[in-house]
Design a protein around this ligand. Structure first.
Ligand SMILES: NC(=O)C1=CN([C@@H]2O[C@H](COP(=O)(O)OP(=O)(O)OC[C@H]3O[C@@H](n4cnc5c(N)ncnc54)[C@H](OP(=O)(O)O)[C@@H]3O)[C@@H](O)[C@H]2O)C=CC1
Ligand SMILES: C[C@H]1O[C@H](OP(=O)(O)OP(=O)(O)OC[C@H]2O[C@@H](n3cnc4c(=O)[nH]c(N)nc43)[C@H](O)[C@@H]2O)[C@@H](O)[C@@H](O)C1=O
Length: 313
């Protein structure tokens, strides 16, 4: 990937797309192509084809998707399947049709079977049933992986697939119901502190375990792999360390400086008991994360406060 190559970041306004854009600019890649969903609805095949025909990107980071936490995935099941299938199919086909040199598809750790041996290796894909709460999203992501593989097999396309673990950081989604656990807890502990509430409810039992990677670290991994990896096989991207939801809640409580109690709401789903990624392949390719959870949480909370202040001013 040369500095003057035209690089399309699908989903540049999102947490991951924004981090990839920052990373590319830091490295001197300034021929960047972006469109918001208002200007280009990626579910519209004709619009996507026309966009690729007129813009002719050389590289594509496919970070656009319908994304959310366990409640959103389990509530908007049709949208998570349809929107993600349409976006990925349209972009992957247009990339082939219009001669894109290389495309990176972003999947997710939820593609692996609910009870697969931990840590999750890339070859455990399709070896068992999926977690029900995010099965539509997972099926869409698996289809994206298979599309990239099939276009490589039939047309020789250099399309690679990476599987990020749970992510957080600058520009995260803090929606009270639809967000992922980490941003949800930042917001809930902050609002409880502001309101002087005696306790904060955390969904589920607190026993599931999750791995969290700072989004700017993910972006660095994505650019690194776009530059150095051309294989057909998946690459997991994570930290290789996890913690329980209870431990996460206690850490967020400390970062936000909330002094009330934590209570667990058993009426909410736990989801997958654990999804720790095996990142030995990523490490063997020469990349390792640098931002540890506590440091990333401090940066994420600062970003949350900045955006909140901007929203009310
Ligand atoms: N967040 C996480 O924990 C994880 C995320 N991932 C993957 O990383 C990628 C990015 O996730 P993340 O940044 O968190 O998600 P965000 O929700 O922050 O961003 C999603 C982006 O997709 C765009 N988008 C959604 N629907 C459409 C549409 N119909 N047409 C055009 N653009 C659309 C949005 O554009 P706009 O803002 O213009 O509307 C937005 O910029 C996704 O592929 C996701 O599956 C993988 C693992 C974990
Ligand atoms: C990245 C991955 O992320 C999603 O999977 P998930 O990791 O299960 O999603 P989550 O972050 O929403 O929840 C993790 C855990 O956290 C607990 N939990 C506690 N309190 C809150 C809470 O307030 N909000 C949420 N959302 N969860 C909470 C919750 O009960 C569960 O045990 C996939 O849908 C899919 O998007 C995907 O690929």
């Amino acid at each position: 990937m040369q500095l003057n190559d035209k690089i399309y970041i699908a989903g540049h306004r999102g947490m991951v797309g924004g981090a990839i854009k920052r990373r590319l600019q830091t490295l001197g890649y300034n021929n960047l192509l972006t469109r918001s969903s208002v200007d280009l609805d990626l579910r519209n095949q004709a619009a996507v084809d026309e966009f690729f025909a007129s813009e002719q990107p050389d590289y594509v980071f496919l970070a656009a998707a319908k994304v959310g936490g366990i409640y959103a995935n389990n509530t908007y099941r049709a949208e998570f399947l349809y929107d993600n299938l349409m976006m990925e199919a349209n972009i992957i086909h247009a990339a082939y049709k219009h001669g894109v040199k290389k495309l990176m598809f972003l999947g997710s750790s939820c593609i692996y079977p609910k009870m697969a041996p931990q840590p999750l290796t890339e070859d455990s894909l399709l070896t068992g049933p999926l977690e029900i709460t995010n099965e539509p999203y997972a099926i869409a992501k698996i289809a994206g992986i298979k599309l990239c593989e099939a276009y490589r097999d039939q047309y020789g396309c250099n399309f690679i697939s990476v599987m990020p673990t749970n992510l957080y950081g600058i520009g995260d989604n803090y929606h009270p119901e639809n967000s992922h656990v980490l941003p949800a807890l930042i917001r809930r502990f902050h609002e409880a502190k502001e309101a002087g509430k005696p306790s904060v409810a955390v969904w589920g039992s607190g026993t599931p375990r999750r791995e969290f990677l700072f989004a700017d670290d993910l972006a660095a991994a994505c650019v690194y792999l776009m530059l150095h990896y051309d294989g057909k096989e998946l690459v997991n991207i994570g930290t290789g360390e996890d913690l329980s939801i209870k431990e996460l809640a206690e850490t967020v409580k400390d970062v936000v400086c909330y002094d009330g109690k934590i209570v667990f709401d058993a009426s909410k789903p736990d989801g997958t008991p654990r999804k720790l990624m095996d990142v030995s392949k990523l490490h063997s390719l020469g990349w390792k994360h640098t931002t540890e959870l506590k440091e990333g949480l401090v940066q994420a909370y600062a970003d949350f406060l900045k955006k909140r202040h901007m929203a009310v001013s």
